[in-house]
Design a protein. Structure first.
Length: 246
């Protein structure tokens, strides 16, 4: 019988041992969470890939249970896939993108020359120094200024009485903190609009600055930030959430 190439990682030591057993081998690390719907589909994709690509090591890492490992790869949401050769980073696929993951696995299995990509040189190729002619005649979209971004953010924060800036959606949260606040708001019967900050990096970074709050979720009531999960949990317990919503 062939040796297995599919493991559930149980600790950082176990992770290191599995990776170090053969440093020339390509590994696909699946950071997932049991409550995340997209992870369920992607776990099936991973199982299929592991059958097809016996030479690749597939490691299942439950992101919240193995927080140290997740942190070492700067995992911001689930699912996220890290592709390594030994300890060298080859690729990173964010979200339930089966096509991108399959393409990456194919790319790193075929006989292409081994080109390790270190954590520091993973930045995309630099943008061309000249603007392509197709973009020179007025259809070149100028980057948003900070003032324009802040105006857009204020618009988003005021789109409804209650707005939740979160990772993923209420139906498919992609971070445990976002999942918990969605549960809390549901329990309390709070109606709200949401914005998935993983879809817009300018909103993600801009809101941190505008609201002087470094993390998500961010709950906005009547256009003002009230806080993240911890604060909202506290407010729900001491009755302040009900007051703020009145
Ligand atoms: N204790 C925080 C936890 C939130 C948190 O740590 N969020 C992190 C991980 S989801 C975050 O948003 N990091 C910044 C980012 O991903 O841009 C709360 O009460 O909301």
């Amino acid at each position: 019988m062939s040796k297995t190439n599919f493991y559930v990682v149980t600790s950082p030591t176990n992770f290191q041992e599995l990776l170090s057993a053969d440093l020339s081998r390509v590994s696909v690390i699946n950071f997932w969470a049991p409550w995340a719907e997209p992870c369920k589909q992607m776990n099936e994709v991973i199982k299929e890939l592991s059958k097809k690509y016996q030479q690749i090591l597939f490691l299942q890492v439950e992101a919240e249970e193995q927080a140290d490992i997740a942190e070492s790869f700067d995992i911001q949401a689930v699912p996220t896939f890290i592709i390594l050769r030994g300890h060298d980073l080859l690729d990173r696929v964010e979200g339930a993108d089966a096509a991108a993951l399959t393409k990456s696995v194919q790319k790193h299995t075929t006989g292409s020359p081994y080109k390790p990509q270190s954590q520091t040189d993973k930045a995309p190729a630099p943008a061309p120094t000249t603007v392509p002619s197709s973009l020179q005649d007025g259809d070149f979209k100028k980057p948003e200024t900070e003032a324009q971004l802040n105006e857009r953010l204020r618009g988003l924060m005021n789109q409804s009485k209650v707005v939740l800036f979160m990772k993923g959606s209420p139906q498919e949260p992609r971070c445990g903190f976002s999942r918990k606040i969605v549960g809390l708001l549901k329990d309390k019967g709070v109606e709200y609009k949401h914005f998935d900050i993983l879809t817009d990096e300018s909103v993600r970074q801009g809101l941190k600055k505008l609201n002087d709050w470094p993390t998500f979720p961010q709950l906005i009531i009547k256009g003002e930030l009230v806080g993240g999960l911890d604060i909202v949990q506290e407010m729900a317990e001491n009755g302040e959430l009900k007051e703020a919503l009145a």
